[in-house]
Design a protein around this ligand. Structure first.
Ligand SMILES: [Zn+2]
Length: 199
């Protein structure tokens, strides 16, 4: 949701880079190969897809754990967005615009040659991921490459919490449905609440 809501794609489509390890599948220790929702093969390179990974840092942030990660093709992501309430989508877009203005972020001027730098700090607060108890990273890909038409980014825990609070019950149910369908977290992993998935 966050990623598509950004919506400002660069027109230059020559920007493809290797997918960093940070966006590899935790379970398979390699590139994601299939869409979580429709099982479509992603490495053929005939569709764009989104990778989302939620990470929690532990023990004075010396250890980290992947809470969940997945890849979803753009068609499925759009389908899920369509099922979310207009009200929620509007609130999220407004919230993001305000946050970006607050931080005077200029997304179009980010340094695309420093790929790791793009997702090492929160897009909204500039907090480094090593200082975040929890964060999520997002990447837009095609085949086995990052598609820098929409550069990868990170969102820190406090911002994710604020975005979650904007969602209507209907949208919350929709996202929790997606979550319950695809993930069976270890007990206690999502205390106090299941983390909403932001596509
Ligand atoms: Zn799909």
């Amino acid at each position: 949701m966050v990623l598509l809501a950004l919506g400002k794609m660069k027109q230059d489509n020559s920007q493809y880079k290797e997918i960093p390890k940070a966006f590899h599948s935790f379970e398979n220790e390699g590139l994601f190969t299939h869409c979580i929702e429709c099982e479509r093969e992603l490495l053929k390179g005939d569709c764009d897809y989104v990778i989302e990974k939620a990470v929690r840092n532990y023990q004075g942030f010396k250890a980290e754990d992947v809470i969940f990660d997945y890849a979803i093709c753009i068609d499925c992501a759009i389908e899920i967005q369509k099922r979310m309430s207009k009200e929620s989508m509007q609130k999220i877009q407004e919230y993001m615009q305000v946050q970006l203005l607050k931080g005077q972020r200029e997304l179009q001027n980010r340094d695309l040659t420093d790929v790791d730098g793009l997702y090492s700090k929160c897009m909204f607060t500039d907090e480094d991921k090593s200082n975040c108890e929890e964060y999520q990273v997002f990447a837009f890909c095609r085949g086995d490459k990052l598609n820098l038409q929409m550069p990868p980014y990170m969102v820190s825990g406090p911002i994710l919490d604020e975005i979650s609070e904007l969602l209507s019950d209907e949208t919350r149910d929709e996202l929790n449905g997606f979550f319950n369908k695809h993930f069976s977290p270890a007990p206690g992993m999502f205390n106090p609440d299941p983390r909403l998935i932001l596509i």
